[in-house]
Design a protein around this ligand. Structure first.
Ligand code: TMP
Length: 211
């Protein structure tokens, strides 16, 4: 069994995951721990290439099951090539999105079924689940308006989805939270970045002391 600690961050668009990854990485590094900050889909060249295919605006013909399988394939490669070796070394891995994204986006919002998506992902990750998942909960309207205000430059295929899709994603996350209460923590992401980081840090420190 790996010695490290596997932390994932989840949330809808504009929930502040990337900023929180940086903040938690800085705080953890200051304690002397080895920290690996990474993201899905991507984090390594093969998975970044799969990300390009999934999110390319031209790929509107992509079948929803193909999309789900590509996310699972990117996840598998990233886990095997980057996350597991880091955990073996005893590092703390902070990953921006993991299996819960597929459960909420593909399983629930796309309507493929949380159970079916869980099946393909369980196969892909060989049941290696996070030790702690911080879910940044925010109204989709607020999240998306933050992205606009931040002057986002790149639009991907999922950005073309309407507000109903993003509401479904949020509902999906609530269902996933109910499935995994032992590792899933819901944080109110409408508060200031500082307050969110402080709250997240409390949960992270507790988990590190416990695990
Ligand atoms: P990002 O914008 O957080 O980098 O994520 C890229 C997009 O991919 C985002 O819209 C969420 C979506 N996504 C899924 O639909 N399923 C998944 O399993 C993952 C990891 C991401």
């Amino acid at each position: 069994m790996a010695r490290g600690t596997f932390i994932t961050l989840e949330g809808g668009e504009g929930s502040g995951k990337s900023t929180l990854v940086r903040e938690l990485t800085d705080r953890l590094t200051a304690t002397g721990r080895e920290v690996l900050a990474t993201r899905e889909p991507g984090g390594i060249p093969i998975a970044e290439a799969i990300r390009e295919i999934i999110l390319h605006v031209d790929n509107t013909a992509m079948d929803p099951l193909t999309e789900a399988l590509l996310y699972a394939a990117a996840r598998r490669q990233h886990l095997a090539e980057k996350v597991l070796p880091a955990l073996e070394r005893g590092a703390v891995v902070i990953c921006d999105r993991f299996v819960d994204s597929s459960l909420a986006y593909q399983g629930y919002a796309r309507g493929l079924g949380i159970e079916s998506i869980w099946e393909i992902n369980r196969f892909a990750i060989e049941s290696r689940m996070p030790d702690l998942t911080l879910y940044l909960d925010i109204e989709p309207e607020i999240g998306l308006s933050r992205l606009e205000a931040g002057g986002r430059t790149k639009v991907d295929r999922l950005d073309l989805e309407g507000m109903d899709f993003h509401r479904m994603v949020r509902e999906g996350y609530r269902k996933v939270a109910g499935m995994f209460p032992e590792r899933f923590v819901t944080l109110d992401a409408s508060v200031s970045q500082q307050d969110l980081a402080d709250k997240a840090w409390q949960y992270l420190s507790d988990a590190l002391a416990r695990l």
